[in-house]
Design a binder for this molecule. Structure first.
Ligand code: 5GP
Ligand code: MG
Ligand code: MG
Length: 183
């Protein structure tokens, strides 16, 4: 384990078995297949690729990149689209695949933005949910794990672009970001 990690919250094995269950659940809900996963870059990359491989029906993927405007580390609710979809989603079964839902502002914006393009179904799948931090109401259709209010990294999630490669989800030591703030 890296020295910046305080504790492993979710092991590689725990993630693997939960992602497999999620893939099976989604497959049961869409037996006809032709599902489109929309990954939100970059945090969801590991999750979407494992989730796709646990699907029992055919599925495609597309990606969006967004950035949240805000004065502090809190998202303001204004989201800028940096990369839009390559595919038309009208009348399609679409599932947004996200790494983590915190205040919910990013996903709320994205959901409304995509809903306006008339997909047949628009669902939300997220690996991690921090319900304590929620500011806007959001219905999560497929959820990996609920976690307490810790800043976590690994399995795609970063701190300043670091730690994405870790195969587990770990709690970052507080002195890692305190040290950065004092620089
Ligand atoms: P929201 O708009 O729900 O407040 O923010 C969601 C985004 O904030 C996530 O997609 C992620 O990029 C970032 N985020 C929120 N909590 C964490 C966390 O614990 N760890 C990491 N690495 N990113 C987080
Ligand atoms: Mg994200
Ligand atoms: Mg990030």
């Amino acid at each position: 384990m890296r020295e910046e990690i305080k504790e492993i919250l979710l092991s590689e094995e725990q993630i693997k078995s939960r992602v497999k269950e999620l893939g099976e659940e989604i497959s049961r809900d869409f037996p006809e297949g032709d599902v489109l996963f929309i990954g939100v870059l970059k945090g969801s990359v590991m999750f979407i690729s494992d989730l796709m491989r646990s699907m029992k029906v055919d599925v495609n993927m597309d990606f969006m990149a967004v950035s949240s405007y805000g004065l502090s580390s809190e998202t303001s609710g204004v989201v800028r689209i940096l990369k839009d979809l390559d595919f038309d989603i009208e009348y399609r079964d679409v599932i947004i695949v996200e790494d983590i839902i915190d205040t919910g502002t990013t996903l709320r914006y994205l959901y409304d933005y995509l809903k306006a393009r008339n997909p047949r179904n628009l669902k939300i799948c997220c690996l991690l949910d921090k319900p304590e931090r929620r500011k806007v109401n959001i219905n999560i259709d497929y959820k990996g794990f609920e976690i307490p209010d810790y800043f976590v990294v690994g399995y795609g999630l970063d701190y300043a672009e670091k730690f994405r490669y870790l195969p587990y989800i770990g709690i970052l030591k507080e002195d890692v970001y305190k040290k950065d703030k004092s620089n």
